[in-house]
Design a protein around this ligand. Structure first.
Ligand code: HEM
Ligand code: NAG
Length: 422
């Protein structure tokens, strides 16, 4: 039995009609009424999604061009420090996306697709996502599984294990006409507040134009300007400052601004700029040039940017060692602790309401500064019913929950996090 499990408040006569939601941790009861009007606004836009009849799939890894050896969704060696693409590899090369290819809000996945590490049309499988993350960036197997599970589980199809790296491509990701999706449709990673959220580094908040996935050159100009205070580098201190600036901007301008438990993913992505994106990763230097290349930001010569397809810079090297769940959790804490902003959301412009608590990782609207709590929060946001606005909760259907625990329990075994048995 499938049923729509996003509990939204649009038609509710009162909050009391939804005692389940009202009692959930992280949901602010007083906000239920006020929130309704804004929620309506938030959900109204849908863009059309291109269909490419040619679905090449990820190109194969052929010896001796095996990267970390990650293949078929299995763990690789974790040994990095080589050029990507490996010189001479006939299968992984830059090809700009065409009008029928889907691209979205993630610079990492857009880049992977542009080089055929994942399917060039923008529709890919869980296994392809694991291989690509390990082989291009040396993402640790546990983190690769975590991100792919969040992507496929929340925005894709748990039977085909396919996902779109942008818009809703249910007709191609689904086995059963979309019924496997968490919302009865498979929105792809553009889908707002499933994985994609407000305060992105280079994308506009969904509320303004219903476009949360296109590169926004003026946001990127502001973000880049912040690095002037940090030797023009996207290093940890610069990213902490940038995150706080992006938060302030959204809080001041977006009446629908929401920064909930899943904002932990945004801090994680911010750490990718100095952990994964520099040549040699955490051993390298997060220069504007290298970060621009992965974001598709081309300086226009007068301080601004134009968008060009995302590229791996020439002679670029993958980081030496894997970047794991524990590593990303430590970076989230390092970033957040510099500017420990309250989690929650707006009900109207500049009317911020902090969320309550969510597990141990979020107490009184603040993220825990214990890296272990943050690591376990990554597990929780994939396996629990998480508030996805001040008044709505994304309830995971049992089959999606089973998918999540099936993927995550093996890589979180021994993590010290309480695991769900289903
Ligand atoms: C299966 C794996 C992955 C999925 C499903 C995924 C998905 C996403 C999504 C939905 C966003 C938008 C978040 C937001 O700003 O609202 C995002 C942002 C981002 N991702 Fe990924 N991602 C994955 C792996 C990676 C990897 C391996 C990299 C490596 C560089 C990466 C780099 C980034 C960066 C830098 C951002 C921030 C962009 C911005 O804020 O403008 N991602 N990702
Ligand atoms: C890009 O960002 C700027 C600054 O936040 C905003 O004013 C503008 O509307 C955005 N453009 C689009 C197309 O989203």
């Amino acid at each position: 039995m499938y049923h729509l499990t996003l509990l939204c408040m649009i038609a509710a006569p009162s909050a009391l009609a939804f005692p389940f939601v009202a009692n959930l941790p992280g949901v602010n009861n007083e906000m239920l009424e006020a929130r309704r009007a804004h929620y309506n606004e938030n959900q109204k836009r849908q863009t059309s999604c291109p269909i490419n009849p040619n679905h090449p799939g990820a190109h194969k890894y052929v010896a001796p061009y095996l990267y970390t050896g990650a293949n078929h969704g299995l763990p690789g060696s974790g040994i990095g420090c080589f050029d990507v693409p490996i010189p001479g590899d006939p299968n992984h090369y830059f090809e700009a996306p065409g009008p029928l290819d889907i691209r979205g809000p993630c610079p990492g996945l857009n880049t992977a697709a542009n080089y055929h590490f994942i399917s060039h049309d923008g529709i890919m499988t869980f296994a392809e996502l694991l291989d690509a993350q390990q082989n291009i960036f040396n993402v640790g197997y546990d983190l690769a599984v975590t991100l792919a599970a969040l992507g496929v589980g929340l925005t894709g199809d748990i039977v085909t294990e396919k996902m779109s790296i942008g818009c809703d491509a249910t007709s191609r990701t689904s086995a059963l006409g979309g019924l496997q999706g968490v919302l009865g449709k498979e929105g792809g990673i553009n889908d707002h507040n499933k994985f994609e959220q407000d305060t992105s580094l280079s994308r506009t908040d969904f509320f303004f134009h219903g476009d949360d996935h296109t590169f926004n050159a003026s946001i990127w100009k502001e973000v880049t300007a912040v690095t002037s205070g940090f030797n023009n580098l996207f290093n940890r201190d610069a990213m902490a400052k940038i995150m706080s600036e992006r938060y302030k901007d959204s809080a001041a301008t977006n009446p629908n601004f929401y920064f909930g438990p899943k904002s932990v993913i945004l801090y994680g992505a911010a750490s990718f700029l100095y952990e994964l994106i520099p040549s040699l990763g955490n051993q390298g230097i997060p220069t504007r040039e290298v970060v621009n290349s992965f974001f598709g930001a081309k300086p226009d010569g007068s301080g601004g940017f134009t968008f060009v397809p995302e590229r791996i810079p020439d002679s670029w090297d993958i980081r030496p060692t894997p970047f794991t769940n524990a590593d990303v959790a430590a970076e989230v804490v390092a970033l957040y602790s510099q500017f420990p902003v309250p989690l929650g959301g707006n009900v109207g412009i500049n009317n911020f309401n902090a969320m309550g608590s969510f597990g141990t990782a979020i107490q009184n609207g603040k993220l825990s500064l214990n890296p272990k709590d943050v690591k376990c929060l990554l597990y929780q946001i994939a396996t629990e019913n998480v508030p996805d606005s001040l008044s709505t909760v994304l309830e995971l259907p049992l089959n999606v929950l089973n998918f999540m625990t099936g993927k995550l329990n093996p890589v979180f075994a021994g993590s010290g996090c309480p695991l769900k048995l289903t």
